[in-house]
Design a protein around this ligand. Structure first.
Ligand SMILES: Cc1cc2nc3c(=O)[nH]c(=O)nc-3n(C[C@H](O)[C@H](O)[C@H](O)COP(=O)(O)OP(=O)(O)OC[C@H]3O[C@@H](n4cnc5c(N)ncnc54)[C@H](O)[C@@H]3O)c2cc1C
Length: 420
């Protein structure tokens, strides 16, 4: 039986391991003491803390859904919900996505936005749909006014980057772009959002995404606190991990692609150059605070305004009652972009709605990947040069793709289909 080591125990590593373990001898190695990667959670005095984000699940791909639900009892083990997301503007709550709820804006803000959209509509046929960067794309689709009010400030906070420098490839299939006519109609008819992937979602009745980790890891061989520091290729023998500590036939790498050039010591100039070419990719981290909050019925609250340092609140306590077991209030996660000082964050919580009381903190250095114009080309080349040695890249940070959990599962399926 061929031996495969999967590096990383996030959703990507767990999924591919399950897919391969019938036919291969698969071992997962994980540098962290706990498995689960970004989607692992912990209990803080009974309350569930999503240490990164507030993971909910859905997919538009039926094959992914079938695979996922083959591991869970959808009705007994999961709750299904419709997203109730809001945007905090001028001290009020406006519906999300904002373009469907323009009618909720004050008149003086609404007028210039509608004027601009009407102008755009009359020039529709003349307009380009071929944008070279994220900023032009947002202005082209929604106008300068809406960009200034919401899209610019919010996305600048999240990306911590000049949006004119962010290319568009990552958007592929991510944001279904409404036509201007649909936007105006939605506002007149007061249509609810429906086309976005998480407009309805599934969430485990207990333990959030940790429940997904626990189930998918059942029966797998996982070696935690094991960091892969070197990979060598030995002719007629295979791949050697950490100076012959393990000799294997194939490796699926789900870690950070930028670290590969330090880890992979295979003597191949083209490969070494391809690994060097991805070392300067940029990612943005997030600082999360688990808080107690006053009750509300919101799932996500977006905070575009500069007066708030945080960029969103995820009301994870509303996803499942069992998330609030340590408190007689509800819980939520406040997300800040980048690494923030704890005292600063505590001060900031006082400006946010809900009488927030902090319970726990986490900083994750790798949350949002930022692609540049060459990223996809460089990663594709790197994959093709690693493949002959039996090394494969999988996941958000190995492929440097803006994957959600479902996309990680889909990528694992494709990897298996094409290579194993
Ligand atoms: C803020 C935020 C909110 C999100 N919300 C959602 C959501 O609601 N729904 C959704 O579907 N998706 C969501 N996502 C996306 C989702 O988190 C990712 O798609 C997914 O978790 C990526 O999994 P992964 O296995 O590819 O990577 P990771 O989870 O990062 O796993 C990689 C693992 O590899 C390990 N590793 C790395 N290098 C080594 C090494 N050398 N040796 C051993 N181990 C190593 C790491 O420790 C890590 O555990 C969100 C992401 C963020 C950042």
């Amino acid at each position: 039986m061929k031996k495969i080591v999967v590096i990383g125990s996030g959703i990507s590593g767990l999924s591919i391991s399950r897919m391969l373990s019938d036919e291969y001898d698969v071992e997962i190695v994980e540098k962290d003491p706990k498995f689960g990667g970004l989607i692992k959670c912990e209990r803080i005095e009974g309350n569930l803390f999503h240490r990164v984000g507030g993971h909910v699940f859905n997919s538009r791909n039926n094959v992914v859904l079938d695979w996922f639900w083959s591991h869970f009892d959808k009705d007994k083990e999961f709750l299904s919900a419709t997203r109730n997301a809001k945007i905090r503007l001028n001290g009020e709550f406006v519906g999300y996505p904002i373009e469907n709820y323009l009618y909720q804006l004050p008149e003086q803000q609404l007028k210039p936005i509608v004027n601009e959209l009407m102008d755009k509509l009359s020039e529709e046929k003349l307009q380009t749909t071929d944008y070279s960067n994220f900023k032009d794309f947002l202005i082209g689709n929604f106008g300068e006014e809406l960009y200034k009010l919401y899209f610019g400030p919010y996305n600048t906070k999240i990306w911590n980057a000049d949006l004119a420098e962010v290319p568009l490839e990552w958007l592929d299939g991510k944001l279904p772009m409404p036509k201007l006519r649909e936007v105006l109609l939605s506002n007149i008819l007061k249509n609810e959002e429906s086309t976005m992937v998480h407009s309805t979602f599934f969430y485990p009745r207990r333990d959030g995404s940790q429940f997904i980790v626990n189930r998918l890891s059942e029966g797998l061989s996982i070696n935690c606190s094991y960091q892969v520091q070197s990979i060598d290729f030995i002719e007629n023998k295979g791949l050697s991990i950490n100076n012959n500590d393990k000799i294997v036939n194939a490796i699926v790498y789900c870690g950070d692609v930028r670290q590969l050039s330090e880890i992979v010591h295979i003597k191949d100039d083209a490969l070494q150059l391809a690994m060097k070419n991805v070392t300067d990719l940029v990612s943005n981290g997030t600082s999360n605070v688990l808080c107690e909050t006053d009750d509300n019925d919101i799932s996500w609250l977006y905070l575009p305004e500069e007066i708030f340092k945080a960029h969103r609140i995820i009301y994870t306590g509303n996803f499942s009652e069992t998330n609030n077991e340590g408190s007689n209030r509800k819980t939520c996660v406040v997300e800040f972009s980048g690494k923030q000082d704890q005292q600063e964050m505590i001060k900031e919580l006082g400006n946010l709605p809900g009488n927030l009381k902090p319970l726990a903190f986490n900083y994750e250095p790798n949350s949002y990947i930022i692609q540049n114009h060459n990223t996809r080309k460089n990663i594709a080349l790197l994959k093709s040069l690693l493949k002959p040695y039996g090394v494969f890249l999988l996941g958000r940070f190995a492929e440097w793709e803006y994957y959600n959990m479902d996309k990680c599962i889909e990528a694992a399926m494709e990897l298996k289909e094409e290579n194993f």
